[in-house]
Write a protein that binds this ligand. Structure first.
Ligand SMILES: NC(=O)c1ccc[n+]([C@@H]2O[C@H](COP(=O)([O-])OP(=O)(O)OC[C@H]3O[C@@H](n4cnc5c(N)ncnc54)[C@H](O)[C@@H]3O)[C@@H](O)[C@H]2O)c1
Length: 331
């Protein structure tokens, strides 16, 4: 295995990346590998990355290789192993005089970015590159990017790890266990308020969390809305979207992909459906995943879903289909 890894990060002068980028270099995320980093921004703010670069140099990170910054994504993409596509316009900010709160606005504004980035990743990225889309609407941005890349051997993912971590936090408080004891926390569907965090298949000490809680009223009326609406709750409280928790979730996703998944566990991210669990082919859908010994990432296919779960999952699938319809001119 290569002892170096090249990582491209977009939105590198943003909130999430201020927390994310340093931790790519600290020797924990990529183990012993030396990280060659390219930070990408839009031309209007790319000069700020000189300051980020200075801070990285001043931090004495043990695994820092070459660090560059640019506003040219195609240049950045050459031979990259990992792409962290964070750059986009977040919900809640004022853009062209209008407060961006609706997903439809996000789809329109952000979709175009991912056509160009997808093409460049297909053309210049490594053929086994892994791509994690964080910028919202993450699933549909990933759909657009993957479609534009045209390279099937690259792995496109949209991030649902933050939703997974949020669900684990609520569960650990409810059943009084540590976060590490919560396993198999699956986020089905879209990274949006329709996502389905699957409490019935989550386990703590080999028991289903659904049966430990044994209160479907609490699941339906408290657990699901708390996890599904957590992004909005953070925006309402902080006046800005989740940043440090989103950065941690991106790091957790990388670590999950870089190391074989432990027995009886899985990790959450959205990947292209091949029809698994009845999801229309091609949609980028939240699934239970595992990383194999050879580094490939597979959908786990033997999870049972209750009627309650199927009903909720179907709502999220319908939303993904409607988002695909809304961007069909970009596909
Ligand atoms: N998937 C998740 O769980 C999750 C969680 C939180 C936030 N998000 C999303 O992550 C994105 C970033 O959030 P943030 O708080 O860091 O926003 P931010 O506004 O602080 O930073 C975004 C940065 O992206 C840059 N950018 C925009 N278009 C770009 C492009 N084409 N190429 C390179 N850079 C570009 C902007 O200049 C800006 O610096 C938002 O879309 C937000 O909704 C996703």
């Amino acid at each position: 295995m290569s002892s170096r890894v090249k990582v491209v990060v977009t939105g590198a002068a943003g909130q999430i990346t201020y927390s994310l980028i340093p931790r790519l270099l600290d020797g924990k995320t990529f183990g012993n590998k030396i990280v060659d980093l390219v930070m990408v921004e839009i031309p209007q703010v790319v000069s700020k990355l000189e300051g980020v670069l200075m801070e990285l140099e001043d931090s004495s990170f043990p695994n820092m290789g070459s660090v560059e910054y640019t506003d040219n994504f195609a240049d950045a993409a050459k031979d990259a192993d990992w792409f962290l596509l964070v750059g986009s316009i977040p919900r809640g900010i004022v853009y062209e005089g209008k407060k961006i709160e609706e997903r439809s606005d996000l789809l329109r504004i952000n979709g175009g970015i991912f056509v160009n980035q997808g093409e460049a990743i297909g053309k210049y990225g490594k053929k086994d590159a892994k791509i994690l889309v964080v910028g919202n609407p993450a699933n549909t941005n990933a759909l657009i990017g993957q479609n534009a890349s045209g390279v099937n051997s690259q792995l496109w993912m949209a991030m649902t790890m933050l939703d997974c971590n949020r669900a684990k936090s609520v569960i650990s408080k409810k059943v009084q266990c540590s976060i590490e004891e919560v396993k198999k926390m699956i986020i089905w569907g879209n990274h949006s308020p329709t996502m389905y965090p699957d409490i019935e298949n989550a386990i703590v000490n080999n028991s289903s969390v659904g049966s430990l809680v044994n209160d479907m009223e609490w699941v339906d009326k408290t657990f699901l809305p708390t996890v599904q609406q957590r992004g909005k709750a953070v925006i309402d409280a902080r006046g800005a979207s989740s940043a440090t928790s989103a950065a941690k979730a991106a790091l957790d996703t990388i670590i999950a992909c870089e190391n074989p998944t432990g027995d009886g566990d899985c990790f959450s991210a959205a990947v292209a459906s091949d029809g698994a669990y009845g999801v229309p082919e091609g949609l980028i859908c939240g699934y239970p995943l595992m990383t194999m010994e050879d580094g490939s990432v597979e959908i786990i296919r033997d999870i049972s879903l209750s009627n309650f779960a199927k009903e909720k999952f179907d709502i999220s699938i319908a939303e993904l289909e409607s988002e695909r319809e809304a961007v069909k001119d970009l596909l």
